[in-house]
Design a protein around this ligand. Structure first.
Ligand code: MN
Ligand code: MN
Length: 456
């Protein structure tokens, strides 16, 4: 009979040590990469330290070469050239580094009732009420009038101040508490408190003026510069060990930086594979993979075309199509683990559990598999065999009960290019919350799974 059980039961002390050691590097990555830009920056730093070169600076490529290609600071494509020609197919790991968050509006700053505040527009699927009354940090870039790019990072260093969104006291929340959860905190109520000192010689909008003076002095930014900025508000706390036994990690942004980090580690340690190995850390997954840094962008095809051109000296469309047709991909994204407090949303026979290893999800989608690529049985077999041969702890699982909701991943866009693809990632609890939970065992097994796939 097919059964899964806790992977910890079959993890000996050597493996346990390896699992716990691996988690330390992961926490560092989460803390260093709280936005897609910062995560891409950290990935490039690690890639360079591991012998990867900028693809755009290489005229030709040969087997064993390691290259990265950054797209608009928010998306990176890393490749290790295989012994076979690129056209024989690529093994892709694709994860996303954008996470649900709160973005500043284009003209954010105002003052009211003795406070300076900033207006926001949330990004991705969040329960808005989870983002009030917690410490928040601000990260991003501002391009000033003269073209200077100013990097902003406030709230994550221990000595930094933090920001927050206030909530109503229970004493006066009689009306609020009657509302539906989607309306408890409205979209226009996600206002960030940024100051309360008034400017000296001003009576109207005094606190706003004081914040502008401070921004000008410390960063050389004026109010109009917000128009050419990308500023993202994220939880200000670091990744932590979770549980008395430290067997889990709780942190912001594990969907999907857990698969991004494990995929990244796997490609960094891949040497002269048979097939060309590629890891893509993509952007905009949380809002439908749109835009020129998302998986629906032509950037992906362009990057693969460059590999073809730089390994053979020529290029045509047929080469690209053949490459895709011969390729295979793990869509590395998280799944929803069974939460014993909310068992009613899962079919327990087909749900993933924390601590039982990486999850293979044949199909996602909603309302009758709408919006899924549904992996082919033959491909499922290939992955199953690969994982079993490499002693990967894995489980099959789908995202919740039929009609309980659902969701999609980048797998469908990859599949549309004629590539074999299946979803394969770490199960989380509290997905999309400011503090998401993952098992250290599953994190390690994601790394082992991606490594075995890239080297297959
Ligand atoms: Mn995801
Ligand atoms: Mn997500």
């Amino acid at each position: 009979m097919y059964q899964t059980e806790s992977g910890w039961k079959s993890a000996d002390s050597t493996l346990r040590q390896e699992i716990f050691r691996f988690a330390e590097g992961y926490k560092d990555f989460l803390n260093a990469g709280k936005t897609e830009r910062l995560a891409v920056g950290e990935a490039v730093r690690l890639a360079e330290a591991n012998g990867f070169f900028n693809l755009e600076e290489k005229k030709t490529l040969v087997a064993g070469d390691k290259v990265y290609f950054v797209n608009r600071h928010k998306n990176v494509f890393l490749a290790v050239i295989g012994q076979e020609v690129v056209e024989a197919g690529i093994h892709f790991i694709i994860a996303h580094v954008d996470c649900p968050r709160i973005d500043l509006k284009q003209n954010p700053l105002y003052s009211d009732s003795g406070l300076a505040l900033m207006k926001t527009h949330y990004y991705g699927g969040i329960k808005k009420y989870q983002w009030t009354a917690i410490p928040l940090a601000l990260h991003g870039v501002v391009l000033t009038k003269d073209g200077t790019k100013v990097e902003i990072s406030i709230g994550d260093k221990p000595e930094d101040p933090v920001l927050c969104i206030t909530d109503l006291l229970p004493h006066l929340a009689t009306d609020q508490m009657q509302k539906k959860a989607t309306e408890i905190i409205g979209g226009e109520a996600l206002n960030i408190v940024v100051g309360s000192l008034p400017a000296e010689e001003s009576d109207k909008d005094s606190e706003k003026e004081a914040v502008l003076a401070l921004l000008s002095q410390e960063y050389g930014i004026c109010e109009e510069d917000f128009l050419s900025a990308e500023l993202e508000v994220v939880p200000a706390f670091p990744a932590r060990d979770l549980g008395l036994d430290r067997s889990m990690i709780a942190a912001y942004g594990q969907d999907d930086r857990v698969c991004a980090y494990t995929g990244l580690r796997a490609i960094l340690e891949t040497n002269a594979p048979k097939k060309t190995a590629v890891c893509v850390l993509t952007d905009k997954e949380e809002i439908g993979s749109m835009g020129n840094t998302g998986m629906r962008s032509a950037f992906f095809e362009y990057a693969v075309a460059l590999l073809l051109e730089k390994t053979t000296g020529h290029y045509n469309e047929l080469m690209l199509k053949r490459t895709f047709r011969h390729s295979a991909c793990l869509s590395a994204d998280v799944s929803a683990g069974v939460d014993p407090t909310w068992p009613e949303v899962h079919d327990k026979l087909n749900a993933p559990y924390i601590g039982r290893g990486i999850v293979l999800t044949k199909y996602t989608g909603s309302r009758g598999k709408s919006g899924t690529s549904d992996a082919n049985a033959e491909f499922m077999y290939g992955i199953r065999r690969c994982f079993d041969e490499h002693n990967v702890f894995w489980q099959a699982g789908e995202l919740g009960k039929v009609d309980a909701g659902g969701g999609g991943t980048i797998a469908q866009y990859v599949a549309n290019l004629d590539i074999e693809v299946v979803d394969c990632g770490v199960p989380l609890l509290s997905m999309h919350a400011p503090f998401e939970v993952a098992s250290k065992l599953d994190i390690y097994m994601a790394y082992r799974a991606y490594s075995s796939f890239l080297n297959e």
